[in-house]
Design a binder for this molecule. Structure first.
Ligand code: ACO
Length: 334
């Protein structure tokens, strides 16, 4: 059987501090009812410590994944961090995470694909294992969205929260693990969802700060339409391409952007909501962290051989879907 990668353990980190809809209502003109109805969010977590950010949350999630899987940090050969809010423009957040974890000589880099970042990173990690080049890959999604949020802009501040999730990938020969995948990018709408300043085109100046160009800028309705089209579209195309029936899928693990986008994807897959990982009500949209946090919260439900479909849509536009056959590690692995 072809060598594949499988998720051998998961971990997540959510900051303790809660930012509820009631608290948001004191900042902008909105209501708990509007936010819950239009987005599905009740509260989010915010990392308040001034001296901690994306790398800290990533390292905390990774420590839990290593501990849960009984994996030594010395086994880790690759660290991939998916993030839209890196610790610094450079070096990579993954480099800082390696230092925080005390992991020496690993191959470390970041992946920038906004809300699809974890899915992109998971696929890169899986291919590195399939190629026989590596045996132990740590894939992390971590975002401190509060660091790029304008808490006077009701269009965006109601949606996002902070958090991190991590998985450890190992090889297997039993046919289970990370399977078929479809990952695409459509760059035509990139200005509908971006952080305008702070890069090489618009470096930070007093004006960029004054104009709040370091905060997330989003054309909500345009992004919403594309998100529904592409979350559904990439699941449909993946299943059709590999002649997999909707009824074969046991769980949907979607990126948590908006409950309505998730429901539309579940409806297409004819999936009952109890089979859909949902935590947007507790954490909002944690960007790269949402899928690995869902995996960590739901993994105890998965049985050996269960089929999961992971799907995401984000800025770029980036989007994709990946099939995972859950491997509980009971089979003999390589
Ligand atoms: N509270 C109350 N009213 C609001 C709020 C708010 N927080 N925000 C907008 N409104 C108002 C608008 O002003 C508008 O009022 P008007 O009709 O008087 O002009 C009305 O509500 C409708 O506004 P829309 O923007 O059309 O609302 P919509 O139903 O589209 O919901 C939302 C907005 C929740 C942002 C939705 O468009 C959405 O979820 N978009 C996609 C987000 C997403 O998927 N992002 C991708 C991932 S993020 C990443 O990659 C980093």
């Amino acid at each position: 059987m072809k060598r594949k990668a499988y998720i051998t353990s998961t971990g997540s980190y959510l900051p303790e501090s809660i930012l509820s809809n009631e608290m948001i209502c004191e900042m902008v003109d909105t209501s708990d009812e509007w936010i819950q109805e239009r987005c599905g969010v009740k509260e989010r977590r915010i990392l308040k410590d001034k001296d901690k950010a994306t790398a800290y949350m990533a390292a905390e999630a990774a420590k839990k994944a290593l501990q849960k899987g009984g994996i030594s940090k010395d086994d880790i050969e690759v660290i991939i961090v998916a993030t839209a809010t890196p610790e610094h423009p450079f070096p990579s957040t993954a480099s800082i995470v390696s230092e925080m974890l005390g992991i020496k000589r690993a191959f470390c880099f970041d992946v920038s694909a906004a809300c699809s970042g974890f899915l992109y990173a998971l696929n890169i990690g899986a291919r590195l294992i399939e190629s026989n080049a590596y045996k132990s890959v740590l894939v992390i999604g971590s975002d401190k969205m509060s660091s790029i949020m304008d808490y006077t802009n009701r269009n965006t501040c109601v949606l996002f929260g902070d958090g991190a999730g991590a998985v450890v990938l190992k090889p297997t020969n039993n046919g289970f693990g990370i399977g078929e995948s479809l990952l695409e990018t459509d760059g035509s709408g990139y200005q509908n969802l971006y952080q305008k300043a702070g890069g090489s085109l618009f470096p930070a100046t007093a004006d960029t700060v004054l104009n709040k160009e370091h905060s997330i800028s989003m054309n909500g309705p345009a992004v919403f339409k594309m998100a529904v089209e592409n979350m559904v579209g990439c699941c449909k195309n993946l299943l059709e391409k590999h002649q997999i029936q909707k009824s074969e899928i046991d769980y949907l693990i979607p990126h948590q952007a908006n409950k309505r986008i998730i429901t539309a994807t579940a409806d297409y897959l004819e999936m009952k909501m109890e089979k859909v990982a949902l935590n947007i009500h507790k954490y909002g949209n944690t960007t790269c962290a949402s899928i690995p946090i869902c995996l960590d919260e739901w993994s105890s439900k998965f049985k050996n051989g269960d089929k999961l479909i992971l799907c995401a849509f984000g800025a770029g536009y980036t989007y994709g879907s990946t099939l995972v056959t859950w491997n509980s590690g009971l089979e003999e692995n390589v």
